[in-house]
Structure formats: C-alpha cells, structure tokens
Design a protein. Structure first.
Length: 345
C-alpha cells in the first residue's frame, strides 16, 4: 500500500472511530436523567420528558416515565411496576406554566401541551392547570383532559399571579376548542371541578357560545351548592342568599364570566355575608381572607390584593384610595373633590 493510500485509510479509520464515540443523550441511563430532572420545575421536567418521547402525541416512553418520576429506580434496583407509580404522592397534581421562562411558555404549541398532558396521564391525576403565558395555544392541546374527573381548577387567563388580566400579546385561545372540553368535564359523573378562570379575551367577546357555557357552569355549581368554608353558613345555590349567581352573567359587569364565592388560591367556597371572600379589581381573582389580604378603597370601595395594590393614603383623612380614584380627583371623603389630598402609601 502506498503512503498516500495508507494515510487515507488511517483518516477514514480515525473518523469512523470518532463518530462512534460521540455520546448521545439516549445513551445516558434513565436513572441519571431522572436524577437531573429532579432539579427542574414541574413544567420543565414534563417538557424534558416530552422531548424524549416520539412521536409527541403518544404515551410516555420508559425513559420519559423515569424522568417524570413514574418509574424511578432507586439505589440501582429494579424499576417498580406500573402499579407502583409515584403519582399518588402528588408529583403531578399541579402544573403551572408560570414556573417556566415567559419566552418559553409563549413558544409552546398545542402539540407540546397535548404531549405533556398525555405523558403525565393528566385526565386521571392533574388537579390544577394554569396556562400562564401560553399565548400560542388554541386550546386543542387540552384534549387529554376531556372528561377528566380529577381536574379541580383550570386557569385560562394566561396572566401571571397577581398580574393584569389583559395581557400584552394577543392570545390564540379559541372558544370552539376550549369550551367543549370544559363541557365534557362538567358532564363527567363525579367530577371534581371547583374553579374556572376564563380569559379576558373570551369575556370581552360575550359570544352566544360563551353565554351558554356560563349558564351551564352556573347551574352545575348551584346544583352542587355547598357551605361557606369559613363561617359555615349553609347555602345551596347562591352563597350570599341575595340572588347573585355563581358565575357573573350580566354583560354590563366588568366581571362578566368570572366565578363568585370561590378563592383562587385554595378553591374553597365562601359566602360574602361576612366578607369571607373578596375580588381584587386588579387581577380580577377572588381570595379568601386566609389566603390573601385585600385592601379596600375608601372612595369606590373596590378591593385590591397586596401584590396588585395601587393605593395611596389620604393626607387629610388617613384612608387608602386607589390610583384610579386619585387620577379622577376623588378623595376618600369628598368623592368629587377637585384638590388632590393623597400621597403615596
């Protein structure tokens, strides 16, 4: 063999050897991937598991299940059987996409969410879902939740906790995709549904489709009824006894489509007779007094939670008034005052 041919042969051998030694993520043992995934927030961990599954709309692979903690090998022992999955420990009862970077949440597609919900068996284990920042979704990715009996709360507002409901990026959520899935949850026998936070985009449109859904959801909540979790005032149907519905049905109300008598944080039901629950006019969510403190404007009587608070303190009377009333020149004692008597609280 000539020196030239020998050199070419050595180069080919070197390239072949090098290419076969390049490590791939699929070569990493499942238990190692699972150990790394322990440091990720729940949505990131689920997306990591989804990335290890192909195609995306299939059930989780063995590797994905290990990442999700459903088949996590401990101490080098054998993988537990499916019946010994760790779902019962509450690992996947809550999924809030507010725990991932806002830019990433905005890039997620319906296929991504569909895959995540399929991987974690969302219809049977997921209790709380918050689509925080997922502005690119139409809602078709929620299909795995159809008929769920586990789902207790779903937040479709897309806004962050204590964030304004009107988000900067126009959302893609479709009533035609989302509402039929929510209908199926309501229709499911022995469902666990307690709270729905509808998006501002839906509530601003006031479509006949949304009207029908609100009426159905209101009847569902009224039929189930309940008692105030704080003062134990019993009430089947309207919690305040004054005829106000469970879901605001009046088109003229700025809170049209929002749920009454339900704390956003704990999802327990409360009456309004003893101020057990109140709505923040900033983020438009209701909170019980045990979960979030609300401050009332002495002028318009609107309430705001601590994180959303935009209150100023009146120099003259020492009471708090909201910035909206301040901008309108209203004082806590003289609502049509022309002279501003407030300073920053």
């Amino acid at each position: 063999m000539s020196p030239t041919n020998k050199s070419e042969s050595n180069n080919k051998r070197r390239k072949t050897t090098t290419s076969t030694c390049i490590p791939r993520i699929t070569d990493i043992p499942d238990e190692a991937l699972a150990a790394v995934a322990e440091f990720l927030a729940a949505p990131s961990r689920a997306l990591f598991a989804l990335a290890m599954t192909a195609p995306r709309r299939t059930t989780a692979s063995a590797t994905s299940r290990a990442i999700l903690g459903l088949r996590h090998r401990k101490g080098g022992g054998a993988m537990p059987a499916d019946g010994e999955d760790q779902r019962e420990h509450g690992k996947w009862t809550t999924l809030d996409f507010g725990d991932v970077d806002e830019a990433l949440a905005g890039r997620l597609s319906d296929d991504d969410v569909f895959g995540v919900l399929t991987c974690i068996d969302g219809a049977n284990v997921l209790r709380t879902l918050k689509l925080t920042g997922c502005v690119g979704l139409t809602g078709s990715g929620l299909e795995p939740l159809r008929g769920s009996t586990a789902l207790e709360q779903i937040d479709l507002s897309l806004s962050r906790r204590h964030g304004r409901p009107a988000i900067a990026t126009e959302p893609s959520l479709s009533e035609g995709c989302v509402l039929p899935i929510l209908d199926s949850v309501i229709d499911a026998p022995e469902n666990s549904l307690r709270h729905i936070q509808l998006p501002k985009e839906f509530r601003g449109g006031r479509s006949p489709l949304l009207d029908d859904f609100i009426e159905k959801y209101d009847e569902f909540l009224e039929g189930r009824g309940g008692a105030c979790a704080k003062c134990l005032v019993g009430a089947w149907g309207n919690m305040d006894g004054g005829g106000n519905p469970w879901v605001v049905e009046c088109h003229k109300s700025p809170f049209y489509g929002l749920q009454n008598y339900t704390c956003y944080e704990c999802t327990n039901h409360f009456c309004t007779e003893n101020d057990c629950v109140g709505r923040c006019v900033g983020c438009e969510r209701e909170y019980c007094t045990d979960c979030v403190a609300l401050v009332e404007c002495a002028s318009c009587r609107g309430k705001m939670c601590a994180r959303c608070r935009e209150m100023k303190e009146c120099d003259r009377w020492g009471k708090c008034i909201c910035e909206t009333c301040v901008d309108r020149g209203r004082c806590c004692a003289i609502t049509d005052a022309t002279e501003l008597c407030a300073r920053s609280a």
